[in-house]
Design a protein around this ligand. Structure first.
Ligand code: NI
Length: 190
């Protein structure tokens, strides 16, 4: 378990520091660039992303969602549990997929109130830099593996709705939430 040099209280702020861009916004479809140097600016962005994620009841957030096309993601799959580890991953890369595909329900802070099943590998090895700039790697399974892959997709301009197989149900849900199916793109081939 990597200890991050960042302690952000798991609490909801009345005014989160960052605002979240939603489906249809171009920034969500742009390719994100590597973070060249992990510095104070990176740590501040990570801190504000975590504060925003906790405030919006999210379990993961990628920098493009707050309008920054940089390869930085934050994850906490159990925000109610103070002791649950918080992951801040700079320049994350999936090195290996080590298990079969699995179906699981997903949502996204950029597409509020829309939930759908997505098929993804059940276990992945991901390498990244932590907030000290130190290289790290973990093998993740279950919900953590799913969230990592969901957030990594954001860095490529891919959204979970692109990977939903049941397009008919998805179209209905999107319309109900005033989103447009036109903003869904074909998923890239894995
Ligand atoms: Ni998302």
């Amino acid at each position: 378990m990597s200890l991050q040099p960042l302690a952000v209280p798991k609490e909801k702020l009345k005014t989160p520091p960052l605002s979240i861009h939603t489906l249809g916004d171009r920034v969500l479809r742009s390719l994100s660039k590597n973070v060249a140097t992990v510095n104070q600016e990176t740590r501040l962005l990570a801190r504000e992303m975590l504060q925003t994620m906790y405030s919006c009841d999210g379990i993961g957030l990628a920098a493009p969602q707050v309008g920054v096309n940089k390869r930085l993601i934050v994850i906490d799959i159990d925000p109610e549990e103070a002791a649950n580890p918080v992951w801040v991953m700079v320049n994350p890369v999936i090195k290996r997929v080590v298990a079969d595909l699995e179906v699981g329900q997903e949502g996204c802070l950029s597409i509020p109130n829309v939930f759908a099943d997505v098929v993804r590998p059940a276990r992945v090895v991901v390498s990244f830099r932590d907030l000290s700039g130190k290289p790290q790697a973990i093998e993740a399974s279950g919900l953590l593996a799913r969230v990592i892959q969901h957030e990594l997709d954001h860095l490529e301009g891919v959204l979970f709705v692109d990977r939903v197989e049941n397009q008919l149900a998805l179209a209905q849900d999107l319309t109900k939430q005033k989103f447009s199916l036109r903003d869904v793109q074909p998923a890239p081939v894995r």
